[in-house]
Design a protein around this ligand. Structure first.
Ligand SMILES: Cc1cc2nc3c(=O)[nH]c(=O)nc-3n(C[C@H](O)[C@H](O)[C@H](O)COP(=O)(O)O)c2cc1C
Length: 454
């Protein structure tokens, strides 16, 4: 079995749908807006040799059709948040090797400014930055807050493609890697190696010089997590690491096969894309203790969070229906998947299910050996490259995994025992160079390559 890669899922907000609630007495998530919280989490990750800390992000909030906006502020759900790019920047000086991966939306960000922000982080961190590309589909409230129109699902991926082409031009083509001379008696940069870029795409336009020089990784390591046909095609073309939402080995294997096939269809090697599944566990010395702990964690989450979180995905306020209502009676213009998933069940069943894990992964409850066995079975059965640990209680869940499960995985030779290289790309993707490989579409925008093609 190959050596597995590990990342930690985080979210710069107090609550999370499902079981991750700041209300649980030992959870420190209510301190997410303090630097000390993030430094503690980052240190645990780095001491455990995790490849990266991932800061998820979303704009908007669960409005439940305007009927229960109070849930967000009462539960600390979706509101308030911090900007993940700035949290990542704050962690650069307190970490040395840990990768810092942040979510950024191709629907709501301005590519020219976003490219500079990411390049700044990559410079300052010495090449430890990754970007989880999201097209932002669920929150109507987000587009209203930005004052921009909503864009339909597949069109959002075409827009994302255009966004990528522009940022590749800025990251890969605008400044050659050796443009900077910094010669006090001569030039700061060689103008022959600084190029104007021009982009006139269907959604984005830009003309002129890039605002930042070539960074240690050029393009930040590209993460993605869409599983729709358009999402998989986008991931197979641009993604270097893909997050999967968890599930059985069979279900994960199907996604893995489909995404590797998309990579091949885009002219890349099937293993050019690293597949990492979200994974949650409640672990204790015995399964019984773990189950008691899980029950206590579940008991701390307010049932209102399930109502708000489900509404965020579907626009439907399940608390306004009789719990006996069959799910097949409901209609939505938003996520059809989140209704179809529950065919044959009632509104009451769904609220109970959502309370246990939200849209995320169901935690595996067991002893450390059982968790380790389960991870190895999933990795082997689905041909996974690694896992994204999604904690319920912070820092408790992460510590439990690191102290109880990781030593077993190390003993089996499937978890890293140190950091092999300094840039995130070299380590996570397992390549010799810190920059995009030649078969990645971004590499085609390098100045020398474009000149040769022209
Ligand atoms: C582990 C994981 C992390 C994700 N992180 C985010 C995130 O930070 N922000 C976001 O808007 N969506 C996030 N998503 C959702 C996906 O990016 C994607 O929007 C969703 O799967 C719908 O895409 P699709 O319609 O192509 O399937 C995440 C999904 C998974 C599985």
């Amino acid at each position: 079995m190959r050596q597995l890669r590990f990342g930690l899922f985080e979210n710069a907000q107090a609550n999370d749908s499902g079981t991750a609630t700041w209300r649980y007495p030992e959870n420190k998530r209510h301190l997410f807006d303090t630097l000390a919280y993030w430094q503690e989490i980052a240190k645990i990750c780095e001491d455990a040799n995790f490849d990266f800390l991932f800061l998820a992000d979303a704009w908007g909030w669960a409005d439940v059709n305007g009927s229960r906006p109070d849930i967000c502020s009462v539960e600390g759900l979706d509101l308030p948040r911090l900007d993940p790019a700035i949290v990542a920047a704050a962690l650069i000086p307190t970490t040395e090797q840990l990768g810092l991966v942040i979510t950024g939306s191709t629907l709501l960000e301005q590519p020219y400014a976003f490219a500079r922000r990411m390049a700044t982080l990559d410079h300052l961190s010495g090449g430890r930055i990754g970007w989880n590309v999201v097209t932002t589909g669920t929150a109507e409230t987000a587009v209203e807050a930005f004052g921009v129109p909503m864009v339909a699902h597949d069109e959002r991926y075409r827009m994302a493609d255009d966004f990528m082409e522009l940022v590749y031009k800025l990251w890969e083509g605008a400044w050659e890697p050796d443009a900077l001379e910094r010669d006090k008696l001569g030039r700061y940069a060689d103008p022959a190696k600084v190029h104007r870029i021009e982009h006139d795409g269907p959604y984005f336009r830009s003309r002129g010089f890039g605002n930042t020089s070539y960074t240690p990784q050029g393009t930040p390591v590209l993460f993605q997590a869409g599983t729709s046909p358009a999402g998989r095609a986008f991931g197979g073309k641009h993604g270097e690491a893909i997050f999967l939402g968890g599930g059985t080995a069979e279900k994960l294997a199907e996604h893995v096969r489909a995404i590797r096939a998309e990579a091949v269809a885009s002219g890349r090697r099937p293993d050019a894309v690293k597949l990492m599944s979200a994974f949650a566990c409640v672990v204790a010395p015995t399964r019984e203790e773990a189950q008691r702990k899980y029950d206590a964690i579940l008991g701390a989450q307010s049932p209102d969070v399930a109502v708000a979180s489900y509404a965020w995905f579907t626009g439907l306020d399940l608390s306004s229906y009789d719990p006996q209502t069959p799910m097949t009676d409901l209609r939505t213009e938003l996520s059809q998947t989140q209704i179809a998933r529950f065919a044959g069940q009632t509104v009451g069943d769904v609220l109970k299910d959502w309370h246990a894990h939200g849209v995320g992964v169901t935690p595996f409850v067991g002893s450390a050996e059982e968790v380790a066995d389960h991870l190895c079975e999933l990795a082997e059965g689905a041909d996974l490259d690694g896992f994204l640990l999604t904690p319920q209680v912070q820092p408790g869940s992460t510590r439990d995994f690191v102290e109880l499960v990781l030593p077993i995985l190390r003993e089996r030779g499937v978890a890293p025992t140190g950091y092999a290289a300094t840039t995130l790309r070299e380590r996570l993707i397992g390549q010799a160079e810190p920059t995009l490989p030649a078969d990645h579409p971004g590499a085609g925008h390098r100045a020398a390559v474009s000149a040769a093609v022209a």
